[in-house]
Ligand binder design. Structure first.
Ligand code: NAD
Length: 459
């Protein structure tokens, strides 16, 4: 059997299983989400070990950003699923008196979830929770760049689910390409904007609905009134977690010129307090995923003026938390998403200049603004379009199940987490249930029909 044949067989088995209508029962879904939770609990140590091998993630980071966040998502969805999944009655228009309007959330069928390597556990399992909660079957394609986590996902699925319900298909772009050729019912992709376009093109051939969770350069504005020490700590946390390999990491800083020096000094202090004087010797400091990414990032180290860090260890794929000052928009580090522990600093004097510079570029996945001035907050939030973000913090908006998480424009389309995941993986089927007790004749061709319609459907 070729890889293509075995992929086609998995999709066909899942579609066959889906049509048995078992996944449409809410109790079945809750039972399977419970099984998933037990499977994760039983493998907590294995997950941490795999993340340590693939990315040198510390136990604390692995738990907070990969495991704990999945538990939160699971318990929130399990708690609310019955309510979300109920058919909802909606109001009826005046022209529809006597009828009932109903919205039935229904699963799409077989969902494909393609995951990236930077949070290889969470970004595969979180969308899966939404797909299963909504009653779909699911195929997950983990990232080939984190092979230990990829193998663990496959093993966990094999030991927990029937492959006709949940399956993992491992491999790189060739395997993704083959999966995308299948007659799928939903595609949920997390990864780069470049590959997102390829995925959408493939989906368009079969008009398969897609969610695209992509990346880009997320700005971080530090206004002159910001409490600088606190801002620096929260920015260092967002920038250097997972060695900067976070889709919503603040990519670059736009700081008011009056407070730049003070801010940089606090940023250096925060870095030293988190990772020590020698981060490369810190056993808990994350590594870069591959030589290719290491070399790409090393190429940016001579941009602007080095203010902190800059040391590297190629044999261990480590790059110190680094601060680059005197950066201009035309430098290579500003031309693409950095996705590493390098923090370029740009300055502004007038806030509208900073806003204009951001708006001249693709809509970012995240934006962070540090200021206590509410007028400034209102101005930035209403002038810039971005996926989501924080005022006076970084990253934390994605760690709550109450907020939708997703991009806009080049940073993606659609969103998930909590109820938004349920909606993403559900088609909202609308049905009008008409009464047979009476029949309004005015809709039929007749002499006085138009007059009545004009009264009922006034502008
Ligand atoms: P990537 O786009 O290279 O790969 C993502 C997935 O797509 C992998 O599973 C990979 O095997 C697959 N793939 C690669 N080439 C493909 C092709 N030609 N056709 C089909 N599938 C293909 O991304 P990555 O390097 O794994 O992740 C980094 C990117 O992901 C960054 O841009 C980052 O911002 C983004 N990201 C976004 C989010 C989010 O939630 N919005 C989260 C994490 C990462």
């Amino acid at each position: 059997m070729t890889v293509n044949d075995s992929i086609a067989a998995i999709v066909s088995a899942q579609q066959h299983f889906f049509h048995k209508d078992i996944t449409k029962e809410i109790d079945f879904r809750l039972q399977q989400l419970g099984k998933l939770r037990q499977a994760v609990i039983a493998r907590e140590n294995d997950i941490m070990e795999a993340l340590r091998k693939d990315l040198n993630k510390s136990e604390q980071e692995a738990f907070s950003t990969e495991i704990g966040i999945v538990y939160k998502e699971l318990s929130f969805i399990i708690k609310n699923l019955k309510r979300w999944a109920k058919p909802k009655r909606v109001k009826t228009a005046l022209t529809h008196v006597g009828s009932k309007g109903m919205v039935y959330p229904e699963p799409y069928g077989t969902a494909l979830i393609i995951a990236p390597w930077n949070y290889p556990w969470q970004l595969a399992i979180s969308p899966l929770i939404g797909a299963l909660a909504a009653g779909n079957t699911a195929i997950v394609k983990p990232s080939e760049l984190t092979p230990n986590v990829s193998r663990l996902i496959t093993a966990m699925f094999e030991e927990t689910f029937d492959p006709e319900y949940v399956a993992s298909v491992e491999g790189g772009p060739e395997v993704s390409t083959s999966l995308l050729e299948q007659p799928l019912d939903y595609i949920f992709f997390t990864g780069s904007t470049h590959v997102g376009k390829i995925v959408m093109e493939a989906a368009a051939k079969q008009l398969t609905p897609v969610t695209l969770e992509l990346g880009g350069k997320s700005p971080c504005i530090v206004h002159e009134d910001a409490p600088l020490a606190l801002a620096a700590s929260r920015i260092a946390f967002g920038k250097y977690t997972n060695a900067g390999q976070t889709c919503v990491a603040p990519d670059y800083i736009l700081v008011h010129s009056q407070v730049k020096e003070k801010f940089i000094s606090h940023l250096k202090d925060a870095i030293t307090s988190f990772y020590g004087k020698e981060p490369l010797a810190n056993p808990d400091y994350g590594r870069i995923v591959s030589e290719k990414h290491f070399d790409r990032l090393s190429g940016f180290l001579n941009n602007g003026t080095l203010r902190h860090g800059g040391n590297t260890l190629r044999d261990r794929l480590l790059i110190e938390p680094t601060v680059l000052d005197d950066i201009t928009w035309d430098m290579p580090v500003m031309e693409e998403e950095i996705f590493g522990p390098l923090c370029p600093i740009l300055t502004y004097d007038q806030l509208h200049e900073a806003v204009q510079a951001i708006n001249a570029r693709p809509k970012p996945l995240a934006l962070y603004l540090f200021t206590e001035n509410e007028d400034v907050q209102d101005y930035v939030l209403s002038s810039v379009s971005f996926g989501g973000g924080c005022v006076n913090d970084t990253l934390m908006h994605l760690a709550t199940p109450f907020l939708p998480f997703g991009g806009v424009g080049e940073s993606g389309m659609g969103s998930y987490h909590g109820e938004y995941s349920f909606h993403t993986f559900s088609h909202m089927k609308s049905v009008l249930k008409q009464t047979n007790r009476f029949d309004f004749k005015f809709r039929y061709p007749s002499k006085n029909g138009l007059g009545i319609l004009k009264k009922l459907m006034k502008p």
